[in-house]
Design a protein around this ligand. Structure first.
Ligand code: DGJ
Length: 726
């Protein structure tokens, strides 16, 4: 899987359908040779265009023209490569240049952990890891590049570690991944949005200059997701080359594609260098988060399936990853802050009758919180609302045959809280500056261990006080005035990253102390839907928007990088609280079945007709979830280019079962048939359609297709196919 050709000084990394090669140049710079389709040639040094580019060792005075045009693995700033660098280090003299040269390499089986950081994992027989040591002699800076190659997937995990060998250094930028390519005919796909419309997919051609997405909000954000793809011009959902770049991190990030003056694309990904400087004392190291590079020749769909498999198999640690999650009901949109035990139990009684398995008590159960002005940080039950506290409520919910789950927002503090009275300095702030409120709250300084310890002891006490089997961990604002009164001035720019490390520390404690807890991450909807969070929780709340029609875009965009099994998806009320749309409960259910499936409405208030349909929807979830959760996703419609309908399929790994889900957004009369060609089936197999009973070959289902026509806007259907004997 990983080999080194000593003569040509070429590293070859070979995973399923993906080959990645690099070469140590004469002067020790580590060049990138190629990434793409596997080829047998032992030496492809000519791809570095030696006849056009003078080797810098031979024409030292023209090094700049060389460095600026050669493909590099970990480009350094300040030595003649004017494209985006991966590293900038300032020494005590104030200089910024860095010149890393090859020293040595080693190869190990499996994958080492990244201490304190979420990262993919693999057993010895599943992956190999290459470590390449580079050195800047003048700075006394050693950088180790890590490449893990997964045996069964077209994906490589990359990260880097910097160690100062002699002096104090200031790391001003330290990215995780660079990919230089030689031709510019690529489109860039990004996921962008806002609250209630997260992760809409955009595809634009790369052009000269830098096209960048980023977050400087302290979390991965609603606005941009730490994911980009490069799709070869003309690549479709099903064919053509596509690279996926995904950052296993939950804080400020940068993801950028740049086309140089010579038409060469450079993609970089890592911690956003804006407001970042990390001090390295002699002997200290800094480990970057991990970035994933995936490659597919089966178009954008193939790229997504590789990332889904990678994340389900090698990132999500939760025991729930391939288990059916309990069907839940959450009281947020049912009651907001306006509830008491009786009200909640009324909902639970209806829920239990319908077959719902878990009740989640959302915001408003603690301190004096009856609206969003107070009490974050005061993590004890409000007995005025919940007499007998959480344990009585949990017991009563359990007595109905349901599990009990609870909402927290552990990273926040309300200025109107007991915690703030005691510790006004515990929030992130710049002394002397006013503290900007968002949703009436401030952010706790998770870069400080004593703050984390205190919050965790409260959370742990609550979780130990009652039978709580699920936690929703929310985070409802961005960071501002990032600073604190205790760090030295030259360490203030470490706080954003230390904050994220602090969040990871707390999540790690939570999943270690409560290994069977079902944890769902959330951030004002889906502002922290990133691979970092998936390391701790098997599911993330996708969006506060539960309108099934807008969810088509949100879920489809999210599925470019993330498995549907990780997407929190609920049946909401009508009119939908975020956009006022009225849709049938069957379509709300069918769209929620794409993800983890639950309800978020007051079952005591919905229409009798809708209530009667709930058990059937739950039965359908139980029937279909194994496929949706563990199968391969094939997107058929593209709601971003034609928003009148959408369709997708889940196909089991052995191809014996498949599920087609179709949503008709806009009905029309007497129009030509909409014939949907199925995908992902196995030629040679025959499949029985559970709606019509008809048995058809995979060939006809995929080439001729099925006619779809339903009456009514926002209508939908789910058809299951099973391999049949003929
Ligand atoms: C934002 C979440 O996305 C909602 O589901 C809900 O939990 C609220 N916060 C509660 O404040």
């Amino acid at each position: 899987m990983i080999s080194f050709n000593e003569d040509a000084k070429i590293f070859t990394l070979q995973s399923k359908g993906f080959m990645y090669q690099m070469k140590v140049l004469k002067e020790g710079h580590l060049a990138h040779l190629r990434a793409g389709h596997p080829v047998p040639d032992p030496d492809l040094s000519h791809l570095l265009r030696p006849n056009e580019l003078p080797d810098c060792s031979e024409t030292g005075r023209d090094k700049a023209s060389f460095m600026d045009n050669v493909m590099l693995e970990f480009p350094c700033g300040g030595i003649g490569d004017y494209r985006e660098p991966c590293i900038e280090v300032m020494d005590n003299a104030g200089h910024l240049a860095c010149d890393l040269r090859y020293v040595s390499y080693s190869i190990s089986e499996g994958k080492p952990e990244l201490k304190g950081l979420p990262a993919t994992f693999a057993a010895a027989e599943e992956a190999q890891t290459l470590s390449i040591k580079l050195l800047d002699n003048l700075l006394g800076l050693e950088v180790t590049l890590f490449y893990t190659v997964f045996e069964d997937l077209g994906a490589i995990a990359r990260s880097a570690k910097a160690t100062s060998l002699k002096d104090k250094l200031f790391i001003k930028r330290f990215l995780s991944l660079c990919l230089d390519l030689s031709s510019s005919s690529w489109d860039m796909i990004t996921l962008s949005g806002a609250w209630a419309r997260e992760r809409y997919a955009n595809r634009v051609p790369l052009h000269a200059g830098k096209q960048r997405i980023e977050s400087s909000r302290g979390e991965s954000s609603h606005q941009f997701n730490p994911f980009i793809a490069l799709a070869e011009k003309g690549a479709s959902e099903d064919s053509g080359k596509a690279f996926g770049f995904s950052f296993v991190y939950s804080g400020n990030f940068l993801a950028q594609a740049e086309i140089s003056s010579m038409g060469m694309p450079r993609v970089v990904m890592g911690i956003n260098p804006q407001n970042f400087t990390w001090v390295l004392e002699a002997g200290e190291s800094f480990q970057s988060p991990e970035a994933i590079l995936s490659y597919s020749e089966e178009g954008i769909g193939g790229m997504s399936r590789t990332l889904h498999d990678l994340y389900r198999k090698h990132l999500i640690r939760s025991p729930y990853v391939s288990k059916k999650r309990p069907v839940l009901i959450n009281n947020w949109e049912a009651t907001y802050f306006n509830f008491d035990t009786d009200k909640l139990l009324g909902i639970c009684r209806e829920a239990a009758k319908a077959g719902i398995e878990l009740f989640v008590l959302d915001d408003g159960w603690f301190g004096k919180r009856n609206d969003d002005n107070t009490s974050l940080g005061d993590w004890y039950a409000n007995e005025a609302k919940l007499p007998g506290g959480l344990s009585r409520l949990a017991n009563e919910v359990n007595a109905l045959g349901m599990k009990f789950g609870l909402w927290f927002e552990p990273e926040m503090i309300s200025p109107e809280s007991e915690l703030y009275k005691e510790h006004p300095d515990w929030c992130i702030h710049i002394p002397g500056r006013s503290r900007t409120l968002a949703r009436n709250q401030l952010v706790l300084d998770y870069s400080r261990k004593e703050v984390r310890d205190h919050i965790y002891s409260m959370v742990k006490a609550v979780l130990s006080s009652a039978n709580i089997e699920y936690v929703k961990w929310d985070m409802n604002r961005n960071l501002s005035e990032v600073g604190n009164a205790i760090y030295a001035p030259d360490r203030q720019q470490e706080i954003s990253h230390r904050y994220v490390l602090g969040v990871y520390d707390l999540m790690e404690r939570l999943v270690s102390d409560f290994p069977n807890l079902l944890l769902e991450n959330c951030s004002g909807g889906g502002a922290r839907f990133d691979p970092g969070m998936l390391y701790y929780s098997p599911q993330i709340w996708t969006s506060d928007n539960v309108d099934p029609i807008e969810r088509l875009k949100i879920q489809s965009g999210t599925s470019l990088a993330y498995p549907p099994s990780a997407m929190g998806a609920h049946v909401g009320d009508v009119p939908c609280h975020s956009n006022g749309r009225i849709t049938p409960i069957s379509t709300r259910g069918n769209v929620a079945m794409f993800g983890t499936f639950g309800f978020e409405l007051d079952l005591t208030k919905i229409s009798k007709e809708d209530l009667e349909q709930v058990p059937a929807l739950i039965a359908q979830y139980h029937k279909c979830n194994d496929l949706a959760r563990d199968g391969d996703l094939y997107r058929i419609g593209n709601i971003f280019t034609d928003n009148t309908w959408d369709a997708w399929m889940f196909v089991s790994k052995d191809k014996s079962e498949a599920l087609l889900e179709y949503v008709q957004v806009l009905a029309s009369s007497n129009t030509p048939s909409r014939r949907i060609q199925l995908k992902g089936l196995k030629e040679g197999f025959w499949y029985k359609n559970d709606e019509t009973g008809m048995v058809l070959s995979a060939e006809t289902l995929m080439h001729d297709g099925l006619d779809m026509w339903i009456k009514g806007d926002f209508s939908s259907k789910v058809i299951r196919f099973e391999k049949a004997k003929v």
